[in-house]
Design a protein around this ligand. Sequence first.
Ligand SMILES: Cc1cc2nc3c(=O)[nH]c(=O)nc-3n(C[C@H](O)[C@H](O)[C@H](O)COP(=O)(O)OP(=O)(O)OC[C@H]3O[C@@H](n4cnc5c(N)ncnc54)[C@H](O)[C@@H]3O)c2cc1C
Ligand code: SF4
Length: 343
Amino acid sequence: MAPGGLRAAHAIAEIGGKAVLIEQRGFLGGAPIAENYAGLTPHGEPAEPQIRRMIDLVTSHPGADVRLGTEVQGAEGEGGRFSLRLRGPDGEQLAECGAVIIATGFSHFDPGRETQMYGYYEFPDVIALQDLEPMLKQHNVLRPSNGQPPERVCFIQCVGSRDRHIGNEYCSKVCCGVASKEAIEIRLQLPGTKVFIFYIDMRMYGYWENQIYWPAQEKHHVQYVKGIITEVLPKGERLLVRGEDTTMGRPMELEMDLVVLSVGMEPSPGTRKLASLLSVQQNKYGFIEAAGSPLDPVSTSREGIFACGAALGPADLEDTVSSAAGAAMKAVGYLRSRAAVAR
Ligand SMILES: Cc1cc2nc3c(=O)[nH]c(=O)nc-3n(C[C@H](O)[C@H](O)[C@H](O)COP(=O)(O)OP(=O)(O)OC[C@H]3O[C@@H](n4cnc5c(N)ncnc54)[C@H](O)[C@@H]3O)c2cc1C
Ligand code: SF4
């Protein structure tokens, strides 16, 4: 789990509760560790040490019981007394708990499903945001096709988000900030490389406007172009990016060495599976439906079951840890109020 699950487990343990943390992978840290994120928004501090600190807080806490390589296979009971059937390295086990927090996160939109033609699976130099992170982390941004540093890189925003044709009308919230952060990192690591961001409109979260967007343009000379890219085609050794510059109202064609697709967030298979096992309502996109939204964004349709982070919908890390702390508070409060009534 992580970072939502980590934050929730730590919060529960810190207020004297007992948390069982169930993670399907053999390691903690969620997407930032699994996908080797480079720097984190807004200031680009290395991701791994920050997430490792969260992991250490949980693994060193006597109130947290971490089960790696483990998945929930079945669930019985109700609020106050759930019984989860787990399958892990030691075979099947039962976990008895009073409340459940779903922190199963997101998956990346598969750019092969995109109705427009970006060639993610056809052209090696078309990659996605998460493919660029490990290259940035290793300071080794190269064109997959020939192992050479790219001279011209572009990001295409809103791939798999804000798109009615594919049924994802929602904004994935983080990709404008993450693409701009990655663009800055490229400019710092390869100062001779030109970087473009093609966008419908930039959706910068709160302070990210000043912390990421303006410095990207004014300090790091990232070029933002308002436009819609309709296709990416091979052209000699390069890629031809074709679309419409919507500010100028005219067609545009630019050659690039590396094209980065800003893919959106979808519910992870684990989020869908757990929602179904626990009979918790999902929204039309498959994320967990927050039953008390907007004033209680972490309660689900079932008493005693809460959710946090990207399992609830697109979320950045701040959203994730805030909702995780909220879910932990709600879960502990729920169990304490039941105990008080029973006394
Ligand atoms: C390329 C990229 C870069 C990003 N960079 C930033 C950034 O710089 N700053 C920022 O604020 N946000 C960033 N984000 C967003 C950030 O990744 C998310 O906000 C965060 O990962 C959400 O955390 P989470 O715990 O909800 O989900 P996840 O990170 O998806 O973690 C979910 C965990 O649940 C586990 N799991 C899933 N299903 C099950 C199951 N059935 N049983 C057991 N375990 C299960 C998974 O293995 C995983 O460990 C970025 C996103 C992307 C795509
Ligand atoms: S955050 Fe930006 S790139 Fe992502 S869906 Fe929203 S507008 Fe599009």
